[in-house]
Design a protein around this ligand. Structure first.
Ligand SMILES: [Fe+2]
Length: 286
């Protein structure tokens, strides 16, 4: 049995509560203070995400890049499958999420998107940080859903009765994800990984997932899947929702928690978000 170190207990044992979605206020992205950083990191370490609100900056791609710089996230990551698709990613390496002409379910439609980790065909743990910044909220709906996958996994894995079942998520054939909007590129790998006592996740349930592949190949995976999905209910300690307002954003530990989006309706102006992916873990969060 792989042992899990207690140094990450904060997130593994966290119970979501309404304070978790209270924003950290940022007075100026050019001068994010030590105190703002401290508050940011404290929330991030325990919840696996932090909501923030810009008090004086207007929301644009440059603002996202400045936040990334302050938290030492490096340059935005562009998945290989999108390098040849200029309509999906901007020159900055960020992408705009807005319903439009295209058919990309997540980026260009108003549909619900079930929980997932960003980076459909990236290896587990590759994209450690994902940021969303709200330029315009939806007229109705579009809430961001957060599920603390590593905490739900930890709870069931540490339980003697379910440990052997949960181990099936660690199998190298557990989860196949397919770039359904691309050339159907796919990646098969574990759903959870325990490395040096730290859990990483790519637990996802969205339309990119082919769980039947895993069920055919991995013993007890179906049972493990049932145990996990039972935890995804609005009153679960691992589940929380927030509706980002204009000038609010969310930074997520993409290798720890899963996120999704509820369907929405646009009014006169369309819901518009900027998204950035980063391979580096938020600095100071160890
Ligand atoms: Fe996403």
């Amino acid at each position: 049995m792989n042992s899990i170190k207690n140094s990450h207990d904060l997130i593994y044992k966290h119970v979501y509560r309404s304070e978790d979605i209270d924003p950290v206020y940022i007075k100026s992205v050019d001068m994010i203070s030590e105190k703002e950083v401290e508050e940011f990191v404290k929330k991030y370490k325990s919840a696996g995400f932090v909501v923030f609100e810009l008090l004086n900056d207007s929301t644009n791609q440059n603002v996202m890049l400045k936040i990334a710089k302050r938290f030492k996230l490096g340059e935005p990551f562009v998945p290989n499958i999108y390098l040849s698709k200029p309509e999906i990613y901007e020159k900055s390496g960020l992408n705009i999420i807005k319903a439009g002409e295209g058919t990309h379910r997540a980026f260009q439609t108003i549909n619900e998107q079930k929980i997932h980790c960003d980076g459909t065909i990236e290896p587990i743990g590759k994209i450690k940080t994902s940021i969303l910044l709200c330029i315009t909220p939806a007229a109705v709906g579009g809430e961001t859903i957060i599920f603390n996958s590593v905490a739900a996994f930890y709870d069931l894995y540490e339980n003697k009765e379910s440990n052997s079942i949960m181990s099936s998520f660690l199998h190298f054939k557990a989860l196949k994800r397919v770039a359904v909007n691309g050339e159907k590129e796919e990646y098969i790998g574990p759903s959870f990984l325990i490395n040096n006592g730290e859990i990483s996740s790519r637990f996802s349930l969205d339309n990119t997932c082919d769980w039947d592949f895993g069920f055919r190949n991995v013993e007890f995976l179906k049972e493990a899947y049932s145990l996990m999905t039972e935890k995804i209910t609005p009153n679960s300690p691992y589940y929380i929702e927030t509706r980002l307002k204009k000038n609010q954003g969310i930074v997520m530990a993409n290798d720890k928690i899963s996120h999704g989006r509820k369907e929405y309706k646009d009014g006169n102006s369309k819901r518009e978000m900027i998204r950035g992916l980063f391979e580096i873990k938020l600095a100071y969060s160890d």
